[in-house]
Write a protein that binds this ligand. Structure first.
Ligand code: AMP
Ligand code: MG
Length: 273
């Protein structure tokens, strides 16, 4: 899965990255493998929660329809909601805008034993903010350095960070918008503004390329995931998250001593009714 990892200081050109997987894994097998990853992730999350030491932060970025919501559902669908949290970052409120852009983010970073998933993140502050000139370049241009330092702080204090850029093609995006219109249960997701946003495709592409080139670090790496096939997207992301959490080599807390004496006492209590 390392082929999707962006090495630090790489100059990323998204034209070099395929959005469509046409390798050897078949959809049916891919889906079966995802189920295995789901089970393993559930066990790993339980261990992480029980151990109560490590913190894990997963960041998802990508244009509309790239599948951020659906990834969360399919990759984390089996984990225990206790100890897991999803945070959606929307247009900032007046209060949030009155602070620096990392203020609202830091409050949601994971505590010990927690996995937090960011659906959008502080990266919006070098993406939508840049594309729409919400602040001048003299302001957003400094943010890459802030972000690297912020993520280093989190990592130094015990947070494992994984960042996924969900890469879909322009054609696939149009097809997914159309699918939203065609399915009554999906229509609520369609927002005419999204078509306006699509007009800025090239500008977003440049902003994503700079984000990937400048903020993939040893302590908070970016992965660029081919997302035109949803099942493959889920499989790759689940597999990277599983490998990364496994590498933490977590341990269940030490057992209480004299387990047998407690067993005896409990058996007596049960016998006595
Ligand atoms: P959605 O994720 O589709 O519900 O949309 C959330 C919207 O909030 C997107 O259009 C984002 O671009 C926007 N958004 C998130 N963070 C920011 C930010 N820091 N500044 C401006 N817009 C933002
Ligand atoms: Mg949207």
């Amino acid at each position: 899965m390392d082929k999707y990892l962006i090495q630090p200081e790489t100059c990323v050109n998204l034209d070099d990255f395929t959005t469509y997987y046409d390798g050897e894994i078949k959809k049916k097998d891919g889906k079966a493998r995802l189920k295995e990853h789901n089970k393993t992730l559930r066990d790993l999350q339980e261990l992480l929660y029980a151990e109560g030491k490590r913190k894990v932060l997963v960041i998802l970025q990508g244009i509309d329809t790239s599948g951020k919501d659906s990834t969360i559902e399919h990759v984390f669908g089996d984990v225990n909601p206790q100890g897991t949290k999803v945070v959606n970052f929307k247009v900032p409120s007046k209060k949030e805008l009155a602070h620096d852009y990392l203020w609202r983010v830091h409050q949601h970073t994971p505590g010990s034993g927690e996995i937090v998933i960011f659906n959008r993140s502080h990266y919006e502050d070098v993406l939508v903010v840049r594309v729409h000139d919400l602040v001048p370049e003299s302001v957003w241009g400094k943010r890459y350095e802030h972000i690297n330092a912020f993520e280093k702080l989190l990592a130094d204090e015990g947070t494992t960070i994984m960042k996924f850029f969900l890469n879909v093609s322009k054609k696939e995006q149009a097809e997914r918008f159309l699918a939203r219109l065609d399915r009554p249960q999906k229509r609520w997701k369609f927002n005419p503004d999204d078509l306006e946003e699509r007009k800025h495709w090239d500008h977003y592409k440049a902003a994503y390329e700079d984000m990937l080139s400048r903020t993939s670090t040893p302590w908070a790496p970016w992965y660029v995931i081919p997302c035109d096939r949803k099942w493959y997207r889920n499989l790759v992301i689940a597999s990277i998250i599983e490998d990364t959490i496994k590498n933490l080599e977590m341990q269940y807390p030490a057992e209480v001593e004299n387990i047998d004496s407690y067993r005896d006492r409990l058996e007596t209590m049960i016998a006595e009714g």
